[in-house]
Ligand binder design. Structure first.
Ligand SMILES: [Fe+2]
Ligand SMILES: [Fe+2]
Length: 164
């Protein structure tokens, strides 16, 4: 066997085509359950560029499961505390989950590049979502925990037109 055929050239992914955005401590919202979930999700995403094709879909299943669990927790906290911007925030969660599930189906169909691409996109989206939506939810939960009334004007969506 020649050295040219010993190692299939596509068996290991490139680590630089779809890089994962590094975690920035500025994305901490000081609500421990939320911060822990975000850090866990980023730790899973960071594994994607270093994961071989054969192991990618099991990792994606783990990412999808973790995201479903996390969005579910946030949705429940919003509903239980009557969070003012809950419909906008929950709508964004639902939109992202639809995309992640679509990517899972395409990955199982053999398109692994879109899985790696979506991991990259999700890592870029997450800090923006945290800044625009999760931080407001964390502030809301902190206010309630401290015994204050909700600030109904402080938590609006980034774009009213996208809230429906
Ligand atoms: Fe979150
Ligand atoms: Fe969220």
């Amino acid at each position: 066997m020649s050295s040219a055929t010993a190692i299939p050239p596509t068996s290991m992914p490139s680590t630089d085509r779809f890089p994962i955005a590094p975690w920035d401590e500025a994305s901490l919202v000081q609500w421990p359950d939320m911060d822990a979930h975000h850090l866990h999700l980023v730790s899973l995403l960071e594994r994607v560029p270093h994961t071989a094709d054969d192991d990618l879909m099991p990792l994606w299943a783990h990412i999808l499961h973790s995201t479903i669990e996390h969005f579910g927790d946030e949705d429940r906290w919003m509903q239980e505390t009557d969070f003012p911007a809950q419909h906008c925030h929950m709508g964004q969660h639902a939109l992202v989950l639809d995309m992640l599930r679509e990517v899972e189906a395409r990955g199982h169909g053999g398109d692994l590049e879109i899985v790696r691409h979506m991991a990259h996109e999700l890592s870029n989206w997450l800090p923006q979502h945290i800044d625009m939506m999760d931080a407001g939810l964390a502030l809301h939960l902190q206010r309630l925990q401290a015994g204050h009334a909700p600030d109904v004007d402080a938590h609006t969506c980034g774009s009213e037109s996208s809230c429906g």
